[in-house]
Design a protein around this ligand. Structure first.
Ligand code: HEC
Ligand code: HEC
Length: 157
């Protein structure tokens, strides 16, 4: 009986571990102005993927935005900036450390997951459909819903 219980417990804890690694989820709150202005060139990144200070740095620097310019009227800019900072509720696996360049793709957690992956060869990153590591949805179809799952990742070939 004791052996049986031990087996059940080990089974349950293994199940728990595999569940927590099966998928990482980040909330996807919605703001009309954010969806309109911030999903033109890439999908609208969930605010929980960057700490509030990084979002502030991004929105403080408009119109300069990575290799391009983002032009917003000042009301919209303030609305988006406030909303991003309020909603930057980071899951544990993201944390609150500011990544260099305010890039999700320079975050320690992001690099630790993607760098060692043998599936992610130089050829994959050069794939015309992937284009950039920032293009999460190329491999994570659930990205717009805040769902990232190593098991269901689809790598374009
Ligand atoms: C005119 C096009 C354009 C618009 C509009 C735009 N972005 Fe970007 N964004 C870019 C480009 C280009 C990059 C760099 C992507 C790359 O390196 O592949 C980028 C990258 C980012 C990144 C970093 C992604 C990474 O690598 O981790 C964040 C965060 C971001 N944008 C937020 C926003 C927010 C917030 C808005 C809305 C206010 C916005 N963007 C609107 C063009 C745009
Ligand atoms: C070229 C394909 C590709 C792109 C683009 C990509 N990923 Fe991934 N991602 C993967 C692969 C493959 C894994 C599984 C890694 C492993 O465990 O071997 C993964 C795993 C993850 C995980 C862990 C999932 C789990 O089950 O624990 C998260 C979170 C994640 N990615 C987030 C992102 C975010 C956010 C972006 C965009 C900023 C992104 N990824 C861009 C391929 C990609």
């Amino acid at each position: 009986m004791r052996q049986f219980l031990q087996c059940v417990c080990i089974g349950v804890s293994l199940y728990g571990v595999s569940l927590s690694h099966a998928q990482r989820v980040v909330p996807v709150p919605s703001l009309t102005a954010y969806q309109q202005e911030c999903s033109v060139c890439h999908f609208a990144y969930p605010p929980g993927l960057l700490p509030a200070a990084s979002w502030k740095s991004i929105t403080d620097n408009f119109p300069q935005h990575f290799a391009t310019n983002v032009l917003l009227n000042s009301d919209t800019q303030a609305e988006i900036a406030n909303w991003l900072q309020t909603n930057a509720i980071n899951p544990d696996w993201v944390g609150t450390q500011m990544p260099s360049d305010n890039r999700i793709t320079r975050s320690t957690w992001w690099l630790q997951i993607h760098k060692p992956s043998k599936k992610l060869t130089a050829k994959v990153w050069k794939n015309a459909y992937v284009k950039s590591p920032s293009n999460c949805a190329a491999c994570h179809r659930g990205a717009p819903n805040g769902e990232y799952n190593a098991k269901t990742v689809l790598i374009p070939s």
